[in-house]
Design a protein around this ligand. Sequence first.
Ligand code: ADP
Length: 613
Amino acid sequence: MRLRFVWQILPAFFFLILLTLLLLTWLFARNLSNFYLEETAAGLEARARLAAFQITDSFALDHSGRLDELSIRLGKETGTRFTFILPSGAVLADSLEAPERMENHALRPEIAIALTGTIGQATRYSNTVHKNMMYVAIPVQNQDHLLGVVRAALPVTTIDQALGIVYRQIIVSGMVVMLIATLIGTYISRRISRPLEEMRRGAERFARGELTERLRVRGSEEIAALATAMNTTAYELDQRMRTVVRQHNEQEAVLASMVEGVLAVDTSERIIRINRAAAALIGVTPEEVKGRGIQEAIRKADLQRFVRRALSARDPVEGDIVLHGTEDLYLQAHGSPLRGESGQELGALIVLNDVTRLRRLENVRRDFVANVSHELKTPITAIKGFVETLQEGAIKDPDSATQFLDIMMRQADRLNDIIDDLLILARIEQDSDQGDLPLTEMSLINVIESAVQACASMAAEKQIHIEPFCPTTLKARINAPLLEQALVNLLTNAIKYSQQEGRILIEASRSDSTITISVRDWGCGIDKVHLPRLFERFYRADKARSRKLGGTGLGLAIVKHIAQAHGGEVTVTSSLGAGSTFSLQLPARTQQHQASLPSAVPTTPSTLPPAED
Ligand code: ADP
């Protein structure tokens, strides 16, 4: 149990005071009683001598009557008991008692000494007077002849009374001193403990992290020095904490701003750090997984395996991870061991790069190459087949030969169309990539009319009526030849997929920030399932019909790229049997239009697609 400061001081105070009082009392009492006894002894001796002087002549048995009278008178006048004793020890006279009733005194210690010729002294309880008495006996001599002994005696109780008074006074003053000592002790302990208490509260504040507060430097030198030392400690601690917090914030800022996902685990696979990018990739929040084991926090088998590999490896490791989910994520992972200052293993650091886009791009490229090859191969195979047939003798049959050559011509035209469309696409992409697609503010009506004009003969063939609607004042920043190409593609499709004598509406309008040019037909329409992929290269909703009508499957992809090159987009609404509406949305009033790129990879060769369609 901890005692309060005051309870540690006061017992010591009391002990010291008590010790001092006892010592002083003892010394004082001893000296006082010594002095008193010496004085009494000296007085008794003087009185005995005076008495002896008066009786030297008559110190014999036959003078006992006179001596008795003398002793009583002396005793009364001096308040002292006198006894005259013969050398035999027989009592000759006594001031308080009849001598015949008194026994032989030769063996009383003081008498025995006096009988030897020196002064005898003794203090003891007297049965005669029932008091503590001091006896002084002197020998009475007449020319070396011992006549007897004169003894004077006084009670010594007065000394006890005197000492009793002294003791009482000492006890009373001792109590007063103790009271004063208590007050002083309490005051001193308060003076010492109050600043200490203050310091304790200060230290508790420091412990709570309130390090900017300072302790008051006051009190004794030692306490003031302690307060100064604690203030210095708090200052140092505050500085260090600030540095640590700053460094931590900097690290957090660096980690947070990194595009790469960063994940740090300790040797027991517990997540120490995870940045937002990593958490987003994995599909968690940093708060929910921090401090937890990777096995339970992140249920991605590939990632767990990689973390284990990075932890067990001595050197950096690399690997590909697929995180399966609604959409698979492809990650490139780098893992390196984390080591402390002295080289001890702390865990591993894993950096994750999202390469899903690149992977998709690679897939698209692969698909594209496969598609192009396939598209080119079909007419080439056909041409080759007819050439072989001709070689094998059909050439000799003019009718068949003409027919075959016509087919070969059509196939060659098809090849040509595909290559033309591919070149158009490549050129748009290249111009967009380099950002030098020229855009000029101009009237839309001219472009629309040119497109309608270009399709007029094709429409006429199917007796289709094209109705253009466009305010004459409507202007936009466009690349006229490209926009015309896009509209021609849309009109061509509308004609191709409409019935005879059909109707096509081409209309331009403007809302706040968008100019919309829509091409509407009432033809065969497109099934919903095809709509999301309709603008991909070589995607055909109705393959047979498209081939039959000489489509390349690239028309809508070109429209999409032209729209994107203008910073706009193309959309479609359609339902099977009810016709379709394709809408080109272009930004209106762009101050400084930069041809925006269809999601492009700068290094992509123009003959290959830059991104997913
Ligand atoms: P194609 O050269 O085959 O027409 P496009 O890229 O122009 O290729 O069109 C892709 C596919 O979209 C076509 O194969 C066709 O099935 C469908 N399509 C395009 N426009 C229309 C339309 N107006 N009505 C119905 N289907 C259409």
